[in-house]
Write a protein that binds this ligand. Structure first.
Ligand SMILES: Nc1ncnc2c1ncn2[C@@H]1O[C@H](COP(=O)(O)OP(=O)(O)OP(=O)(O)O)[C@@H](O)[C@H]1O
Ligand SMILES: [Mg+2]
Length: 318
């Protein structure tokens, strides 16, 4: 077994004191009622999965009902938001779900990473946010069956400023998604590395927050601010918002530091931390330059196996 093979974590460790009020209030579990989704109402492939899915993950974490609207967020740059959005989405699609990646980042890395040329996009998210274009008008299929992208074009950076004086500037994505969310089982919103109005749009539109945490020194730095920000959005704009999922990324099991970070994160976040850690691998770093998720680029690589297992864990497949 290699060092980065997913291992059992001491996941039962009670949450620690990083920020008790945040850790607790942003993480309350979905209610029994919410989880009581009627599978007959769902497409066959999803119904089968709901029926076979446990109410909790192997770590005891509850699995919210579909559709799941998940903002992948961290104000820290380069922590694996886009890599996790693309590859988790691809494997959720492989499990038979209809999955949308919303590229809310003006850098457009999710868009290019899913194979689109940003310069030649006819329609993109800017039109949705600034000109009330229906979301489904900009959604494009990707090379992966069941995986779709709402791309970020070259004008999205203008939206950051233009949204400031706009009426309901923080609500634009939420309004657009309300017309489209039943088209998908999962919507992953790849947020930019800031607390900008674009990120706020993502948090207001989502029901869940997934935070990738790099297994490196300073891993927990900035998390208190992020949790505070989520808390604020929840209090004033989106009462349904919860931090449900922490994904440990760029894990190198050979270092004691990585193991120490894992233990620290588990101590603070308890069962929100996914058991499957994502290793640091060259193939995961290379895949975006080929415009392919790891499920297509290197399906049997360590990185692919890790994201595949993560998709099963996040979706509650036993
Ligand atoms: N598990 C991994 N192994 C190796 N490289 C990785 C891994 N995850 C991400 N990377 C690389 O690290 C860099 C940052 O990752 P990514 O773009 O996903 O982060 P991000 O949080 O979306 O960044 P930004 O804040 O700029 O949007 C990229 O070059 C990516 O290819
Ligand atoms: Mg990114």
């Amino acid at each position: 077994m290699s060092d980065d093979t997913p291992r059992d974590n001491p996941i039962d460790t009670p949450p620690g004191p990083l920020s008790p009020e945040n850790a607790v209030t942003t993480g309350s579990s979905a209610s029994e009622e919410e989880l009581d989704t009627d599978p007959d109402e769902l497409p066959d492939h999803v119904a089968a999965q709901v029926l076979s899915a446990p109410a909790t993950t192997p770590t005891g974490r509850r699995v919210p009902p579909l559709p799941r609207l998940i903002a992948v967020a961290s104000q820290k740059g380069g922590v694996g938001k886009t890599t996790t959005s693309i590859n988790l989405a691809a494997f959720l699609a492989e499990l038979g779900h209809r999955v949308l990646v919303v590229d809310l980042d003006p850098q457009g890395n999710a868009t290019t990473g899913l194979g689109f040329d940003r310069q030649s996009l006819e329609h993109d998210l800017y039109e949705v946010l600034m000109h009330d274009a229906p979301l489904m008008d900009v959604v494009r299929p990707t090379s992966v069956e069941g995986l779709f992208c709402a791309p970020s074009g070259t004008h999205l950076k203008d939206a950051e400023l233009e949204l400031v004086p706009a009426i309901g500037g923080e609500m634009r994505l939420r309004t657009a998604m309300a017309q489209a969310e039943n088209e998908f089982d999962y919507v992953l919103i790849d947020c930019p590395p800031s607390f900008s109005l674009l990120t706020k749009n993502g948090l207001v539109a989502a029901k869940e927050v997934l935070i990738p945490v790099q297994c490196e020194y300073y891993a927990l730095e900035g998390l208190v601010q992020l949790l505070d920000h989520v808390d604020e959005v929840r209090r004033y704009m989106n009462p349904a918002l919860q931090v449900t999922t922490i994904v440990l990324v760029m894990y190198d099991g050979r270092t004691q530091l990585a193991q120490a970070v894992v233990e620290d994160v588990i101590q603070h976040f308890g069962d929100k931390v996914c058991r499957n850690k994502i290793p640091r691998t060259v193939k995961l770093a290379e895949a975006p330059s080929f415009g392919e998720p790891i499920s297509v680029f290197a399906p049997s690589s360590r990185g692919a196996v890790a994201y595949k297992e993560l998709a099963r864990e996040v979706s509650g497949v036993a």
